[in-house]
Write a protein of this length. Structure first.
Length: 404
């Protein structure tokens, strides 16, 4: 078994050392149980002070199209399906310090049956222990503290899907030990520290691997907390009266990784070490919102082969995602996205550069819980400079989000 790296040990020591500080509570999307639900946010079951379970569900139904590669606007495929169908359970048993968060998925895409042969219904299954209201630990399977858009729930997105850069470079879910710490300052600014030691193989991994992953993240909110945890939902649905800014930095080292994207992708023919560096930020004020992310993944020897000469490779390179949006009123929003993926030179023969521009409109019926989304986008497979590239294509999507 591999020893804990200096990064992982530093994260643990730092978080434990800071435990004596008295802090204010923070609620993080998909990073802790949600105990207090509103009338339209879930159904609660409780027994005295010994048991609480909040039940929520959500589904995403969609219809979309993609055109043929080339300049002609000719539809090559339609997408009509239930993209997501999920049940979420939050609560505590025995003592509010011992909390749980379980999320189950039932659609084909959520079960990983589009890329694999084994159904994976368990998305999250994690137990939390709260040392105090601002320092808590988790043990189980959940999202790693990676890029902001990935940690944001798919139900709180302003487009039907996350960006192409996220699809290539995100960290995703994993099983391990999670630690979270929040430090408020007298000027209302906040520092959040997050660290994880995990398997590195992604959710519901069945194999026993002799490598681990170490992930650390720092987040700084210089102007204080966002209204209703708005730093982890897209768009300024709350119409922040004062400017709000959140900046995050993540570093993850995945040793002896077995999949092309670390926690995601096909299985490599040989394990590889890889590391990911992510910087992201979001700004909101008076209905305007900006989200920006930078990704970088590296591996010394990313290409693997088998005896038959087949090739599978670590997705190394860098990418960006930027989104700008404006709430037209309390119910309607316009958003624009530009995302780009740049593979490293040693895999360009297998992986093309991808640039994508997307225009989105969202009508909010009940916030992010019930909404209608329309997206139209254009993709360049070898960069913006080559408009004549025959790989270019259009995409469109109509999606309804419905849940509590």
């Amino acid at each position: 078994m591999k020893q804990i790296s200096s990064l992982g040990l530093l994260c643990l020591l730092f978080l434990v050392f800071l435990n004596h500080v008295s802090l204010a509570q923070t609620v993080e999307s998909d990073e802790r149980a949600l105990l207090n639900v509103g009338e339209s946010e879930g159904i609660s079951f409780s027994k005295d002070s010994l048991f609480l379970m909040n039940l929520r569900f959500r589904m995403q139904n969609r219809a979309g199209f993609n055109t043929l590669e080339g300049d002609a606007f000719q539809v090559s495929e339609y997408e009509m399906r239930v993209r997501r169908l999920r049940l979420r359970f939050d609560g505590f048993v025995g003592n509010p310090r011992f909390q749980y968060y379980i999320q189950l998925a039932f659609s084909k895409a959520d079960l990983d049956l589009e890329t694999g042969l084994i159904a994976q219904p368990v998305r999250d299954a994690i137990l939390y222990y709260f040392v105090n209201e601002n320092f808590y630990l988790g043990f189980g399977q959940s999202k790693l503290p990676g890029n902001r858009q990935r940690v944001i729930s798919s139900g709180n997105l302003q487009f039907a899907d996350r960006s192409t850069a996220n699809a290539i470079f995100t960290l995703d879910r994993d099983f391990g030990l999670f630690l979270y710490k929040t430090i408020p300052f007298q000027n209302q600014s906040i520092l959040q520290l997050k660290g994880v030691i995990s398997t590195g193989d992604g959710r519901n991994a069945s194999a026993i691997n002799d490598g681990l992953a170490y992930t650390g993240r720092l987040e700084f909110l210089p102007f204080g907390r966002f209204t209703n945890s708005g730093d982890y939902s897209e768009g300024d649905f709350e119409f922040e009266p004062n400017p709000k800014l959140a900046i995050g930095v993540t570093y993850s080292e995945n040793q002896k990784a077995t999949r092309t994207g670390g926690q995601l992708g096909q299985e490599l023919f040989e394990s590889r070490n890889m590391n990911s560096f992510i910087v992201d930020g979001t700004y909101k004020h008076l209905g305007y919102a900006v989200l920006a992310e930078y990704f970088h993944r590296a591996s010394e020897d990313p290409v693997t082969t088998n005896a038959m000469g087949d090739i599978r490779y670590v997705l190394v390179g860098w990418g960006i995602n930027t989104q700008v949006s404006k709430m037209l009123d309390r119910k309607n929003e316009l958003a624009v996205r530009y995302s780009s993926v740049h593979p490293n030179a040693n895999i360009t023969q297998f992986q093309e550069r991808v640039d994508e521009a997307l225009l989105g409109f969202t009508h909010y019926v009940n916030g992010h819980r019930i909404k209608v989304q329309v997206n139209l986008g254009y993709k360049w497979l070898e960069g913006l400079a080559r408009f004549e590239n025959t790989g270019n294509s259009w995409t469109g999507m109509f999606q309804v989000e419905f849940g509590i």
